[in-house]
Design a protein around this ligand. Sequence first.
Ligand code: GLU
Length: 403
Amino acid sequence: MDITQTIFKELDVSYGSDNVYYQIISAILESSERLQLPHHLKLLMAQPKNEIIVHFPVRLDDGTYRLFKGYRVQHNNVLGPYKGGMRYHRSVSLDHVKALAAIMTMKTALVRLPYGGAKGGIKVDPHALSHDELMRMTRRFTSALCPNIGPDYDIPAPDVGTNAQIMAWMADTYVNLSEPENRLGGISVVTGKPIEYGGPQGRDKATGQGLVYVLDELLPETGLDVRSISYSLIGYGNVGSWTGRLLQERGAKLLAVMDHTGAIHHAAGIDATALARHVETTGGVAGFASADSITTDEFYATKVDVFIPAALEQMITEEKAAIIQCRVLAEAANAPVTPAGERALLARGIAILPAILCNAGGVTVSFFEWKQNRQSESWDAATVDRELKRLMVAAAQRVRASA
Ligand code: GLU
């Protein structure tokens, strides 16, 4: 029996080996074996401290009611308050949220932020709701979670399907439900807020910016220079589109992009800024005039220096890994590669830059926001960038040293 099976047997739980939670915990447990950590620490890491599920009704615009299911999983808080995003997506499930919460524990520890790890969300397609329905759902979800979150206890943030407006509704609901003496510092219960409501400069681009700093630091040893690379992207939401725009400023060439609406390719390079405008107005990359439409397999097989998955978990399976043509894969999404996919990529000599490093820029700027809120400060954009770069480069160097 391997270490994962041994630990799960002792905890009396069972998961299929293709379950995302099983895969994340087995990566953590295999590493803990190499580090020869004591058995009780492995047990602690293999299950979250708290798994909270709430059901709450929301009145829709047509007067009917719908019952929603929301989650908050608090994986570990040894290094500080629980910290992690809130996801609104149809794929949200307890095991997904558990896996993402465990990843947050690793991510905050790697960057040495004073936080643990958590994740939450609602199983919903946010695009199918009106603005008012989204607000009512968010406020009702926050009030259901109120006793379990707090500026010193558990601090939500944006993730897939959520944004600064949703964070403002969460913070406002929390503040209004707090005792008067706690209201002053209440907005630091949530990060990723709009600038007008205590948010930091540059939170939107933070994850993409962090990835660019990691590439600056780690690509040279693979013989690549970020200013002259070609690359492809899966996903053109917050992380993908900011990565595209920031890499374009450096001179890198975006050859292909795929999202839930289709895949596109342009040999001379896709204009990342024009594509961001197109996605904002149409909802996806399909139909972008200055590129050709290609199939999914053609997308994966496009030869690039760096392949960047910036969408959901477990997209790079063994089959996809067999056709990807790149030298480096940078995990901008959380857990985008399955364990079999990872083995296949490594066997082909493709270097993988891990998610807990590549996408840590978001939570790092969240930390700056939380710190500014608590110290009644407001940093300018140059200070945010400088501090982000400092922490991301230090984290990249730690990853290089342990790799
Ligand atoms: N959702 C982002 C992540 O997965 C940010 C989390 C945060 O800022 O707390 O890292």
